[in-house]
Every structure is written in structure tokens, then in C-alpha cells.
Write a protein that binds this ligand. Structure first.
Ligand SMILES: Nc1ncnc2c1ncn2[C@@H]1O[C@H](COP(=O)(O)OP(=O)(O)OP(=O)(O)O)[C@@H](O)[C@H]1O
Ligand SMILES: [Mg+2]
Length: 350
């Protein structure tokens, strides 16, 4: 079975030459009769020309029909705004240059469509980010300006306590602004993959113990029980210790913020096949089923609670998810309203 165009052309030409050869042999047998020879030579020339013409036409048609289909597909792809990848009908038997060109073009069009979709998604995210950032910056800035102007105008008439209170509020807004800008900066860098985790092998259960220790006092003050547990023979993980500490801090902070006094928060580390899983579980207010998946989105915040002092901006879980993804893991949440929430991350064994 001849598959390439060159091969097919060669077969056609060979057929032409074999025919010419056969006719020549016939002619040589009749050499004696000169008149017959002239007639035969004329027939031979006419036959050869006609045969070559038909053969050339067949080859030419074979080539152009499929090339025309390809060029029409390219034109349709362009006219359609590069939105749908090209799909060409496949001739199962053909495996020639045109078939290869068609396959290459199909692959190229698919890549163009995906990359254009990615670009427009990034563009959309950028626009949303800009709108969110300007909104989030405006609120604390306006409050800060209000309090500071009041201080400037009425400082003389104010009692030292009032002045202090005004200054404290302005400082709180200033801190919120600082945190927002820093978190945004970090998230943007994480999303652009400008920072990569510096992997090292360390025991996750020890890190969990350390972070729990750091929050012990604050948990105690709020009347919460905070404890770290781990399964027997838990293997170390391979991860960026600083980044994972940040994830843990955010998960524990959240659990503490949304769990009323008397509640319990546990940080548990367990081996799970080739991975190691860490779960932060609380007995707090929980998250409504309709909202639970949204918590990983930037700026997503379930409605404010009394324990919410306005300093959190809703970027913590977006940053945490990005960090876990950069480690090749995932972050999952399970929650029951009024019962509690559990966030689980998984990391590779170290
Ligand atoms: N353990 C939890 N229990 C109940 N709700 C939670 C819990 N963890 C997160 N949430 C909800 O998910 C939202 C998003 O959390 P995230 O950590 O991203 O932001 P934040 O804590 O509000 O702000 P930030 O972490 O940026 O200071 C929270 O505002 C809260 O509504
Ligand atoms: Mg948080």
C-alpha cells in the first residue's frame, strides 16, 4: 500500500514507462515494415501524451481537492475569530504529507484556541481584581481620612480618651490596608508563579505542634480548646516550611474566629498512602452548603459575624489554596452549618 504522494506519483510514472517500454518492444518486432513503424511511432507518441495527461490530471486533482478542503478550513477558522478548533474529516488510509499538514494544523488551532481562552480569562481576572482592590482600598482609606480630619479639626475640644480612640480606629484601618496590600501582593506573585516552594523534608506533625503552641494563649483567652494530634509513625513531608506554616496559621485563625467559646479546634496529621494529610477541624458555626465552595475565591467572605473585627480581608484561603496547589496538593473543605468545619490539605512524603 503506497501512502505518500511521492510514492503515488512514482507508481503512475512507472506505469507510463512500462507502457512505453511494452509498445517499444512491439514496435521493434515490426521494424521490418517501415510504413508500419511510422504508424506505430505516431500511435505511441499520441498514446503516451494522452496517458501522461490523464495521469497528471488525476494526481493534480488528488492534491488540490484535499488542499482546498484544508485552505477552506483555515479560512473558516480565521473568520470564526479563532474560537473553535479545526476538525478535518479523516481519510483512514491516507498518511501522506497533506494528512500530516492537516493534523499539524488541527493541533495548532487547538493550541491557539486554548491559549486565547486562557488569555481572556486572565484579562477578566485582572479586571475583577482591579475593581475589587479599588473598592477594598477605598473603604478603609475613607474611614482613616475621616478620623484623621476630625482629629485635626477638633483636637482641642477632645478629651485625651476620645483622641486616643480616634487614633486607635485610624491605626486599625491603616493595619487593614497594610495587610490587604501585602496579601494581594503575595497572591499575585503566587498566581504568576514568581515564587516557587523551596522544598525540604520536615515532620509536618512538629510544625503543627509549633503553630498550635503559638496560638495557645489566644485560644485560651477565647475559651477554646486547641490541640495537635498525629497518627503513629507519620512520615515527614517534602514542602516549603514557611509557606505551609502560613497555610496552617490561616486555617487555625479562621477556625478560632468562627468558633464560639467552649468549642474545640484540632489539628491532625495522618499518613495517607504516598501523601500526608493535615486536617484543621473546628466545632464552630460551619458554612452553608451553598457557600462552601466559594470560600476559596478571592475576597469571598461569608457574612460578617460579631467575632469579625473587620481586619480580615478574605484572601487567606485563596492564598492557602494557591500555596497547596504549588506543592502539587489540594485543599478540601467539609462543613455542616452549626456543627463545624474541617479543612484538609495533602502534601507529598519527604
Ligand atoms: N473554619 C471556618 N468556619 C466558618 N467559616 C469559615 C471558616 N474558615 C473560613 N470561613 C469562611 O470563609 C471566608 C474566607 O476565609 P479566608 O481565610 O479566605 O478570609 P478571611 O479569614 O475572611 O480573611 P483573611 O484570611 O484574608 O484575613 C471567611 O470570611 C469565612 O466566612
Ligand atoms: Mg482567614
Amino acid at each position: 500500500m503506497i501512502r505518500t504522494l511521492y510514492g503515488r506519483l512514482a507508481v503512475v510514472l512507472m506505469a507510463v514507462f512500462i507502457t512505453i517500454g511494452a509498445l517499444m518492444i512491439l514496435a521493434s518486432q515490426k521494424m521490418i515494415e517501415t510504413q508500419r513503424l511510422i504508424e506505430l511511432a505516431t500511435d505511441l507518441i499520441i498514446g503516451t501524451v494522452a496517458f501522461s495527461l490523464v495521469a497528471a490530471l488525476i494526481v493534480f486533482r488528488l492534491l488540490t481537492v484535499r488542499l482546498r478542503v484544508l485552505s477552506e478550513a483555515i479560512e473558516a477558522f480565521r473568520a470564526g475569530g479563532f474560537s473553535t478548533p479545526v476538525r478535518l474529516a479523516r481519510d483512514g488510509r491516507a498518511d501522506d504529507e497533506i494528512q500530516k499538514l492537516s493534523t499539524a494544523f488541527e493541533e495548532m488551532s487547538e493550541r491557539i484556541v486554548t491559549q486565547l481562552a486562557q488569555l481572556s480569562q486572565v484579562d477578566q481576572q485582572r479586571r475583577e481584581l482591579l475593581a475589587n482592590v479599588s473598592h477594598d482600598l477605598r473603604t478603609p482609606l475613607a474611614s482613616m481620612q475621616g478620623y484623621l480630619e476630625m482629629l485635626l479639626l477638633k483636637a482641642e475640644e477632645m478629651t485625651p480618651e476620645d483622641r486616643n480612640r480616634y487614633l486607635q480606629v485610624a491605626t486599625r484601618h491603616c493595619e487593614r490596608l497594610g495587610k490587604l496590600v501585602q496579601d494581594l501582593f503575595d497572591l499575585t506573585k503566587l498566581e504568576a508563579r514568581e515564587v516557587q516552594p523551596r522544598l525540604e523534608s520536615f515532620p509536618l506533625s512538629e510544625l503543627a505542634q509549633d503553630v498550635v503552641q503559638k496560638f495557645a494563649l489566644a485560644a485560651n483567652k477565647r475559651g477554646l480548646a486547641l490541640l495537635a494530634t498525629s497518627g503513629p509513625g507519620c512520615p515527614p513531608v517534602s514542602a516549603d516550611i514557611g509557606m505551609i506554616e502560613r497555610v496552617l496559621e490561616n486555617l487555625i485563625e479562621n477556625a478560632m474566629r468562627y468558633t464560639p467559646a467552649g468549642g474545640e479546634i484540632s489539628v491532625d496529621v495522618q499518613a495517607a498512602g504516598e501523601r500526608v494529610e493535615l486536617t484543621v477541624r473546628d466545632t464552630g458555626q460551619g458554612i452553608d452548603t451553598s457557600q462552601v465552595q466559594g470560600v476559596f475565591d478571592r475576597y469571598y467572605r461569608v457574612e460578617r459575624t460579631e467575632s469579625d473585627n473587620g481586619s480580615n480581608v478574605g484572601l487567606g484561603l485563596a492564598i492557602s489554596r494557591r500555596i497547596v496547589q504549588l506543592h502539587g496538593g489540594e485543599i478540601r473543605v467539609r462543613s455542616a452549618l452549626g456543627k463545624g468545619t474541617a479543612f484538609t490539605i495533602d502534601l507529598a512524603r519527604g
